[in-house]
Write a protein that binds this ligand. Sequence first.
Ligand SMILES: [Zn+2]
Length: 193
Amino acid sequence: MKLRFITNPYCPLCGNPGGSTLCHGCRTDTPLFHKHRSLWEYGPVSRRIIFALKHGRQRHLAKLLAHWVLPLVLEHVIDCIIPVPLHQDRLRQRGFNQCGLLVQEIRKLCGIPVDFHSLMRPLGAPSQGRFSPQQRQDNVMGAFSAHSELENKRVLVIDDVFTTGATLNACAVALQQAGVFSVHAVTIAKVSR
Ligand SMILES: [Zn+2]
């Protein structure tokens, strides 16, 4: 078992490892965001690390991950960074947003402004765990809304895992409706396709 860093070649749009041209997924179902990069391929080790971040409120882990994720963030020309929000019930249960922790640490390293309030998740959606790709898309689409103060901004959204891209697509739709200029994304780990 080891951590697999995603390095060249990867899909220029979704960051899927394996080739430097548009991957099959992007050709058949074009993502709604501008560009996504992920640090690791999703696997047993990355899953364990993300689980620890999610459930352990481990600031030292967030700090370490921020150092790893930073170069990926700096590949994008952006005005602000936004963690994918949890909906209120989940936030209340867990007490914190794991992506929020990571974003706070990234800000300390690069000084890029962070926005914790302009992307909202007013609707509770059931956990995506056992859903098919289409169910994931249907489940999460429309779950987000965004504030118009993001108009014309280049926004980078941070999430923990890229599974099908459904969550990032839903964020992108909400952000585009709010008039953002472009939606970029970085995640800690990506499920290969
Ligand atoms: Zn792709």
